[in-house]
Design a protein. Structure first.
Length: 308
C-alpha cells in the first residue's frame, strides 16, 4: 500500500525516504477515483522529520532522519527546524505552527521567520522565552516577529476546518515550562500527536476523552506517538523513561485503548512511531520487520491520510 523510494544524495550515503500511504484500510488513494474526496474529508499528515535529537546527519548505515516535525493538510506545522526544510512540498507556505516545547530539536525561531509563518502557537508557560528568542532572531534576520499566541492546557485553537487542543506532555525542560502534545480534529477525524512525552498523562487522556475511567468516552481514530527509547526490555530500562517512551510503552498504550474502544481505527491503519533515536533503534527495514502490530515506524517524507 505504500510507495517508497530511496534517493541517494551525491557524495553521501544518505537514504531519504518519500512515500504516499493511506490510513483508510483497503482504499488506495492513488489508484481510485475517490482520492480527491478522501483527501478533503481526511486529515493529511506529512512527516517532515522523524528523528530524535541525536540525529546530526546520515549515519554509518546510510540512513538519515531529520528532526521530528509534521505538516497537517499542507498548511499547519507542528515543530520545525532547518533540517526539515527540504521535506516541505514545493510551494508550501504554512499558515501557522504549533510548538510542543522549546528544546532546539523542535524549536527554531530563525527557521520560522525565514519560512514566513505568520502565527506561532506555544505553551503559555514559556511565552517570555519565546518573545526573547524570536526577538533575537528578528534582529538577526531583519524579519518581523510573527504573532505569538499562548496556549493553556485544554485550550482549543480553530484553524479553518481543523481544531487543535493543547494537552500536557510528560517531558522535562525546566522547572517552569510545560511541554505539550496535541489532539487534532477535522470533522469526525480525531488524531493525537504525542512527542516528546513519557507515555500519555492522565490529564491529557481525560481532556481528549480516551481515559477509560470516564464514561462515555470520545475515541480517537489515529495516533502518532514517539518511541525514542527503542524496542524490547532494554528500552524500558533507559534513563530517559521520565521524559520519553519506548516501543513497549506505545504498544501497551495502544492495546489498552483498542481493548477499551478508546482507539478505533479503520482496518489496515497503523499507529505511527516518530522521534526515533539514532543510537537506540535499528534501520527502517529492521523496524518494519520487527515492530508489533499495529505499530509502524514513520520515516521522512511519509504521507498518511487519517479518515474516520
Amino acid at each position: 500500500m505504500d510507495r517508497r523510494y530511496f534517493l541517494k544524495t551525491v557524495g553521501a550515503a544518505t537514504a531519504v525516504a518519500a512515500a504516499s500511504e493511506t490510513g483508510l484500510g483497503a482504499t488506495n488513494l492513488f489508484k481510485d477515483n475517490k482520492k480527491k474526496e478522501v483527501l478533503q474529508k481526511g486529515l493529511k499528515v506529512r512527516f517532515l522529520g522523524t528523528g530524535a535529537a541525536d540525529w546530526k546527519g546520515p549515519d554509518d548505515r546510510g540512513e538519515y532522519r531529520r528532526l521530528s516535525s509534521v505538516l497537517l493538510d499542507d498548511r499547519i506545522l507542528i515543530d520545525f527546524t532547518p533540517t526539515d526544510l527540504d521535506m516541505l512540498p514545493e510551494g508550501c507556505r504554512p499558515e501557522c505552527i504549533f510548538y510542543t516545547h522549546s528544546h532546539s530539536d523542535h524549536y527554531n525561531p530563525e527557521a520560522i521567520l525565514k519560512l514566513g509563518v505568520p502565527t506561532v502557537h506555544l505553551g503559555k508557560t514559556w511565552m517570555n522565552k519565546a518573545w526573547r528568542t524570536f526577538s533575537d532572531a528578528s534582529n538577526k534576520t531583519g524579519i518581523p516577529v510573527p504573532e505569538i499566541v499562548p496556549l493553556g492546557i485544554g485550550e482549543v485553537t480553530v484553524c479553518g476546518d481543523i481544531r487543535i487542543t493543547a494537552l500536557p506532555a510528560n517531558h522535562a525542560i525546566d522547572s517552569t515550562e510545560q511541554a505539550l502534545i496535541y489532539l487534532i480534529e477535522k470533522g469526525p477525524v480525531r488524531v493525537i500527536y504525542a512527542t516528546d512525552t513519557g507515555g500519555i498523562m492522565g490529564v491529557a487522556a481525560r481532556i481528549a476523552g480516551i481515559d477509560p475511567h470516564v464514561k462515555p468516552g470520545n475515541p480517537i481514530n489515529g495516533l502518532i506517538m514517539e518511541a525514542t527509547m527503542g524496542m524490547g526490555d532494554k528500552g524500558d530500562e533507559d534513563y530517559r523513561l521520565f521524559t520519553h517512551s519506548s516501543v513497549n510503552t506505545v504498544h501497551r498504550t495502544v492495546k489498552m485503548m483498542l481493548n477499551r474502544k478508546r482507539l478505533i481505527m479503520p482496518d489496515g491503519q497503523y499507529v505511527y512511531l516518530t522521534h526515533l533515536a539514532r543510537t537506540l533503534h535499528g534501520t527502517q527495514a529492521e523496524l518494519d520487520a520487527n515492530l508489533p502490530s499495529p505499530l509502524k515506524a514513520a520515516y521522512d517524507g511519509l504521507e498518511v491520510v487519517f479518515g474516520a
